[in-house]
Design a protein around this ligand. Structure first.
Ligand code: BES
Ligand code: ZN
Length: 454
């Protein structure tokens, strides 16, 4: 076993510069799934990825389920074990462009860190598994177990194509384990298995008042201002201290278990890291909770974007006809998606005055995830991380969401290994997104080890 491990590790060390060049090529595609204008680029990215997986010797196809194409690539293995690897090749929009130090789709490497949109979320992370498969095929001639890659192109825009595909395959794929690297390590030197993710409901609220913009002197004071109404509604959803004030919002939240409280204590998280990483003047959150508890085990209500009225230079004295906000609420165990959506939407409807009209559009999301840390496959994954990173891994939860996991769990019920390789501070969804090439190479080694031992 040790011998073999060294063989893959040696191969990975020898070829890592080429792996990085390949990752750069992958990152050059502006595969922004949320923007129709980028559909051709997203398609080109999918084609590149399919061809790359086929060149490695996998049976790789592009599946059309509506929306962005899905890549399904299979490799037969020596054992009968079946392992599915999930990832997404789509990325978030790159704006605001002026804050980037390099072109978001013109990757650069500085101090062993690669900078580009999608570097950590999720191209760099899941490409580690692709390179692990290459290392195993090149050193052993065949894979240790059956591997199927399921790579989607619309995770960042809440697409449904992969869920449709997975449901349509019935029990066909039925893996013994599912591996996902689309999350975070504990810190730059401490790899982690994520045993929990928050869920999310994403939606938009639009308030319309007058049927056209009005002179605020001629009409101000006599008709409702939709932007003011929107601000008032949103202000009634969260208290200044950071508690969500929607009735029943916390009813189904389960507290951290004792071992989790102890785990958090041992992880010795330093709040100053959050201040530094975020550039915020100071931290803010629900009273009575530590930062990790706030991020992992408490639900939130967020305004992701708010707009309406005049946004140009200087001033324009109007009552805007409409104002809107892009909103999301993060869910934690045991909050249910439908129940929480209804609670939030009903409350907003109930406090909206009849001086304006209200429209709520749901964009989707999914429930929270909690995985039993006693699952034997998680121990195998911890060993694989120990091997790849030469460091002691830990169990963490994450504040982000991967809605498709629920479909996988319903369909297969197999153990899910969330082997996050990124860092929250990598800037996913932010300007100057980046990914440590040290984590990339160690992640490849961990993945090769995992596929051999699972
Ligand atoms: N990779 C993230 C999810 C993530 C982030 C997991 C950090 C663990 C730690 C994923 O690509 C993502 O951003 N998901 C969205 C889902 C939404 C668009 C429905 C999210 O969490 O906002
Ligand atoms: Zn992601």
């Amino acid at each position: 076993m040790k011998e073999n491990g060294n063989r893959q590790d040696a191969y990975i060390d020898t070829h890592k510069d080429r792996f990085i060049e390949e990752l750069k090529a992958f990152l050059r595609f502006p595969s922004v799934s949320a923007q129709q204008a980028r559909d051709a680029d997203t398609m080109a990215c999918a084609q590149w990825l399919r061809a790359h997986l086929a060149e490695l010797g996998l049976d790789a196809e592009m599946v059309d389920q509506g929306g962005q194409p899905i890549i399904v690539a299979r490799g037969a293995g020596a054992s009968g074990r079946r392992v599915a690897v999930y990832g997404h090749y789509d990325v978030q929009p790159e704006d605001p462009l002026d804050l980037w130090h390099n072109g978001p789709f013109d990757p650069i490497v500085k101090d062993n860190v690669i900078y580009a949109r999608g570097a950590t979320d999720d191209k760099g992370q899941f490409f580690a598994h692709v390179k692990a498969v290459e290392a195993l095929l090149q050193t052993e001639g065949r894979l240790p177990c059956n591997v199927v890659f399921l790579i989607e192109g619309e995770e960042e825009s809440g697409g449904e194509a992969l869920a449709r595909y997975v449901r349509s395959t019935g029990k066909d794929l039925n893996p013994d384990a599912l591996v996902i690297s689309d999350g975070d390590m504990h810190d730059a030197n401490t790899p982690a298995i994520n045993y929990g993710l928050r869920g999310i409901v994403t939606f938009e609220v639009t308030i319309t008042g007058p049927d056209h913009d009005l002179h605020s002197g001629a009409y101000g004071g006599a008709v409702a201002n939709p932007a003011v109404v929107l601000a008032q509604i949103l202000g009634q959803c969260v208290s200044p201290e950071g508690r969500v004030t929607i009735p029943g919002f916390y009813d189904d939240v389960i507290p951290l278990e004792d071992w989790e409280v102890e785990n958090i204590r041992k992880l010795q998280f330093d709040d100053q890291t959050l201040v530094r990483d975020t550039g915020s003047p100071r931290l803010h959150g629900e009273p009575g909770q530590g930062s990790l508890a706030r991020l992992w085990a408490r639900p939130t209500f967020e305004i992701n974007g708010i707009y309406g009225g005049y946004q140009g230079q200087h001033t324009k004295t109007i009552i805007p006809s409409r104002a809107a906000a892009k909103l999301s609420t993060r869910l934690v165990p045991n909050q249910e998606y439908d129940a929480m959506r209804d609670r939030v939407f009903d409350y907003i409807r109930s406090i909206c005055p009849d001086t304006v009209s209200l429209e709520i559009t749901e964009f989707g999301g999914g429930p929270p995830v909690l995985i039993d840390t006693a699952t034997p496959e998680l121990q195998v994954a911890m060993d694989a991380l120990r091997h790849g990173f030469n460091a002691e891994p830990v169990f963490t939860r994450s504040g982000g969401s991967i809605p498709i996991i629920t479909t996988f769990a319903q369909q297969w019920g197999c153990p899910i290994i969330l082997m996050g390789l990124g860092l929250d501070s990598d800037g996913p969804h932010s300007p100057n997104e980046h990914f440590s090439l040290d984590s990339f190479v160690k992640g490849i080694k961990a993945s090769a080890q995992l596929l051999k031992t699972i």
